[in-house]
Design a protein around this ligand. Structure first.
Ligand SMILES: [Zn+2]
Length: 340
């Protein structure tokens, strides 16, 4: 089984950018929870590098569930008369689209939210990144061999493109303690003809670190941690852990300590769960929901730093509260501008 991942140089540029953000935002960083989202109510363009118009139409159709659930439009540049959809090329120097889809690389991946238009991501000029001529979302081999679960895969990647992270990394889930990180005791390293780690002659199984170090993933321990360990990134908007989410991976059974596992998906992974839709509405609320959401979030943050909604500041809570109110106002102004 090949897991979804971004190239190491792209991950490195994301980490550099995140460190910079953290340093410049200082202690207020944890407040800016929706930093990677597009402006609610806006139109985000999508373009294709390759593939047929029929495939483009199918992808656009699969994402309707997403845009039906929230206040954001995905514009695929559909020309009804010509029967075509928007295209981009690797030679582009201006953005043909915010989300640049390809089918020509191996595997599935997407940059998260506005990383797709952040030119510091993948600045080394590789095939993937936030520049106009770089892929931001790949659905490998959809042109030749579309998997039966292609709709769920397309929705999963587009939710990344709108700012979602993986459910198995949700800090409120149980996956980190449910994963079998280590080999069975006395496991003797055994690989099949393709280099995939398999159970040894005594039936002892490789753990996740060993398995993913073999073909076809060849991941370092650090890469396993980055992709599978719980994220406590303060930018991640975490809802309750949702076993029906299309963002929850279905791993092979030996990845889990127990079977059935509380971390394994309960749904088919094909259609958005109610939790996915709630997450979408949180990120991209309709105008009337926005004010209530923002107010609720402001209150929660004020409470977390020891300031009640009425603003009885603690030691340095006063300055934090003021700064946060300013940030809320900025968000409101940005949104008013985006809506206008
Ligand atoms: Zn993913």
């Amino acid at each position: 089984m090949e897991l979804e991942s971004l190239p190491d140089d792209v991950v490195a540029s994301i980490e550099v950018r995140d460190r910079w953000r953290r340093a410049s935002a200082g202690e207020l960083e944890f407040l800016v929870t929706d930093i990677a989202r597009w402006t609610p109510g806006s139109t985000v363009r999508v373009a294709f590098l390759d593939g047929t118009a029929q495939l483009h139409a199918d992808i656009a159709g699969a994402t309707a569930q997403i845009t039906d659930a929230c206040n954001l439009t995905l514009d695929f540049g559909h020309d009804e008369a010509a029967g075509t959809f928007r295209r981009w090329t690797t030679a582009d120097t201006e953005y043909a689209a915010e989300i640049r889809v390809s089918f020509d690389m191996q595997g599935f991946f997407s940059l998260v939210g506005t990383d797709s238009t952040d030119p510091t991501i993948g600045a080394g000029g590789g095939p993937i990144g936030g520049n106009p001529g770089q892929r931001s979302l790949n659905l490998g081999r959809f042109t030749t061999n579309r998997p039966p679960t292609w709709e769920g895969t397309a929705r999963h990647e587009f939710l990344h493109a709108l700012g979602f992270h993986h459910s198995h990394q949700n800090m409120r889930g149980t996956c980190e303690s449910e994963f079998r990180w280590d080999d069975d005791q006395d496991y003797s390293f055994t690989q099949d003809a393709n280099g995939v780690f398999v159970p040894d002659s005594q039936g002892r199984r490789p753990g996740i670190y060993t398995y993913l170090s073999g073909a076809p993933n060849r991941w370092s321990r650090a890469k396993v941690d980055h992709n599978l360990r719980t994220e406590d990134d303060p930018d991640v908007v975490a809802g309750p852990f949702d076993t029906k989410s299309v963002m929850l991976y279905r791993f092979p059974a030996f990845f889990y300590k127990s079977n059935p596992s509380s971390c394994a998906p309960a749904g088919t992974g094909q259609s958005l769960s109610e939790g996915d839709k709630r997450g979408l509405r949180l990120l991209y609320p309709h105008a009337e929901e926005e004010l209530a959401t923002r107010q609720a979030r402001a209150d929660a943050v004020l409470q977390s730093i020891g300031v009640g909604p009425e603003g009885h500041a603690g030691a340095d809570g006063g300055t934090l509260a003021e700064a946060y109110r300013r940030r809320v106002e900025e968000l409101a102004a940005a949104q008013a501008k985006g809506a206008g």
